[in-house]
Ligand binder design. Sequence first.
Ligand SMILES: [Zn+2]
Length: 260
Amino acid sequence: MKKLLIPSLLLLLVVYKVYNDHKETPHKETHQHWTYQGETSPEHWAEIEKNSDCNGKKQSPINIIDINTKPTNTNENPLDIMYSPNTQINKVINNGHSIQFNFEAGDSIRYHNHTYHLAQIHFHEPSEHTINGVRYPLEIHLVHTGKNKEYTVMSVLAEEGEESQLFEFFESFLPLKEHETKEIHQSLDLSTLFPKNANFYSYGGSLTTPPCTESVNWVVFKQPIIVSVEEVLKLKKNMPKDNYRNEQPIYDREVALNLY
Ligand SMILES: [Zn+2]
């Protein structure tokens, strides 16, 4: 009997190990990543991205209707753009959703007496925000991060006309394949990115991509800037088709129109 006991125990161990190895075989990750088209398009983001805010009541973008905005005519400007004339660009990334330029730390804005640091800018073609139902050819997002995961995103809309020297600079790093990165380490003056007229709409919303975080102060400049058709087309070729999220319900939110 004793002779048989050890081989039997060994057999039992082998059987147990085979069973457990099988049980622990990792299943292939089935999580689908969000996109702008098809089964993972914006209408499905809330189902795909569990624990996101994508189904929330303070989502972006929105359609801004002029007659529904609240004009505020204050002497005290709530927005102070304190960029240096030598903003340092670190690199450009094609992240599969947009073309994004990342900045070195150093530039910031003051908004309603809080500081937000310029992190990156990226593009949407055509625009995400619409003004009185009008969708612009391009929208530029300047993302700033504050304390406690709060953001201030400045949005510049663009319409087509003369070419923009700043866009010629941005696009000199294209084409970029999906997930390709190029190091830049150059400085540039971002002041020409803003429209001459500083009037802007403001409201509380969200990031327009998952996790659709609802802690974003939106600053949307009323006057569009001008870029050329070719500049829009070049960006378009390097980004997913129609990389914009559809209009979100405004619910009880108010949009202010800050006039100077
Ligand atoms: Zn964006």
